[in-house]
Design a protein around this ligand. Structure first.
Ligand code: 2M8
Length: 444
């Protein structure tokens, strides 16, 4: 650990570069400062240098963080995100910031083709884990009078409907993901097989990420060639979402994404009930039930649901963070929640720093490479959130303790070495800060 990264007690004091590297500040102040540092006014950059646009699930986590500093600002974050909804009701994974002045992020807005959302901003053609519904309830419980709740509710309900209709042409009961980026866990080991079958064209590979990050900690050139081939395929179809989900080159079910969606549907139902929006409450509750049944219907004998390749009909049996996120499914059985708690606290996904992105005994494990080894604060927080809701309070508290110990050790980094806890990737990362605030202020 470098001298500027030295910490004292977990949750108390820390030294980390946000603006000035040598100033020790308390963890909650550091987290708040990190969000403010990345604040673009109406949305929060994941990290203003490396990711100079608005990302979907990053914004939802940021809103959860803003709930502890400035709930009004949190609602505005969700409004900015949801106002970028396209004509399908898809909420895009990236909303480009025309004013971004740093080195160009790739893919460029133009790489997606001429897709512009109704409010004139350039967007990507794919989506990301629908954490926004979880964030809306989180904010609502802290500032229920906000005028924009009803509109946000309607927009998120529209997005969930899109995911469970156009993105489920085969009637699986879960959305089909058409790009690994949609899972948010870009280079997760489970996507290697389906990705390898995607034909790669002759396009010249342009990467912006390596200007900011070490190659060993990022997806490989081969990954990127496939990612860009999928962007080309989507563009060629004019982002025909139903067609891509039915016959596209990459089609998977992700228990992580589906479980987040199930939790978001139930959270939406709670908010809708509270404000008397009966139709959305009923529909959202039914969607949460549908997802729960669909997941249970393809569980193995221990109740674990695996990622699934719709092109081959085969499960992708990699024990990853996506599998652990099943803790979020509303009404998850005590038995399954306990099994997941064992896996993330003592088993193959356990680390003193939180939840590993890939099992310690996987032959694909690369402890420093992005989503195939390191610990991520947002995943650890989501798992704790699910276990808490499932009634496993001690286990949830232990996960939060590890999450906070990790950031106390290394600051608001993007991801962390699962053994040493040393920080990796971007240095001032918004969702690390946001989920730190959420865990510091937890009172269930
Ligand atoms: C990472 O993904 C982007 C592509 O969307 C990238 O690597 O450039 C992922 O960690 C994703 O989950 C996250 O939303 C995004 C911005 O933080 O970065």
């Amino acid at each position: 650990m470098s001298a500027t990264n030295q910490t004292t007690t977990a949750g108390n004091s820390h030294e980390l570069d946000v603006a000035s590297p040598s100033v020790a500040i308390p963890l909650d102040a550091l987290a708040a400062e990190t969000l403010r540092f990345n604040d673009a006014g109406d949305f929060t950059y994941p990290d203003r240098t490396q990711y100079p646009h608005q990302w979907n699930w990053d914004s939802a986590f940021a809103a959860i963080g803003w709930a502890h500093i400035d709930p009004e600002r949190g609602f505005r974050e969700l409004q900015t995100l949801l106002s970028a909804q396209d004509t399908h009701a898809l909420v895009p994974h990236i909303i480009y910031d025309q004013g971004a002045v740093t080195a160009p992020y790739r893919p460029l807005a133009s790489d997606w083709g001429p897709i512009i959302c109704p409010n004139g901003r350039s967007i990507s053609g794919i989506t990301q884990p629908p954490v926004a519904g979880i964030a809306l309830r989180y904010l609502f419980e802290r500032d229920g009078d906000n005028d924009c709740v009803r509109e946000l509710l309607t927009r998120i309900a529209g997005w969930h409907h899109f995911l469970l209709t156009q993105r489920d042409p085969l009637g699986m009961g879960e959305p089909t993901l058409i790009h690994p980026w949609e899972s948010g866990r870009d280079n997760a080991a489970e996507w290697d097989g389906p990705l390898a079958r995607v034909a790669v064209g002759p396009q010249k590979l342009m990467r912006g990420d390596l200007e900011h990050a070490v190659g060993e900690e990022r997806p490989t050139d081969t990954d990127y060639a496939h990612y860009m081939a999928l962007v080309e395929a989507g563009k060629a179809s004019r982002w025909n979402q139903e067609l891509l989900a039915r016959t596209g080159p990459f089609r998977v079910l992700d228990p992580g994404f589906s479980s987040i969606l199930a939790a978001a549907c139930m959270d939406l139902a709670e908010v809708a009930t509270a404000i008397g929006s009966v139709d959305i409450a009923q529909t959202s509750r039914a969607q949460a039930d549908q997802l729960k049944m669909a997941l249970a219907g393809r569980a193995d004998s221990a109740g674990i649901v695996w990622p699934h390749d719709l092109s081959t009909g085969m499960d992708l049996r990699e024990l990853s963070a996506g599998v652990a996120l099943q803790a979020l499914v509303p009404g998850v059985s005590r038995k399954l929640a306990t099994r997941i708690a064992e896996i993330v606290l003592d088993g193959p996904l356990a680390s003193p720093m939180g939840v590993r992105s890939l099992a310690i005994d996987s032959h694909m494990l690369e402890p420093l490479r992005y989503w195939r080894g390191p610990v991520w604060s947002n995943v650890t927080w989501l798992c704790a959130h699910g276990l808490e809701r499932a009634g496993l309070h001690d286990e949830a508290a232990e996960l939060r303790r590890r999450q906070l110990a990790c950031v106390a050790h290394s600051g608001m980094r993007e991801y962390f070495d699962p053994i040493s806890g040393d920080g990796l990737g971007a240095k001032s990362f918004s969702w690390t800060a946001a989920t730190t605030l959420a865990s510091l202020h937890t009172s269930y």
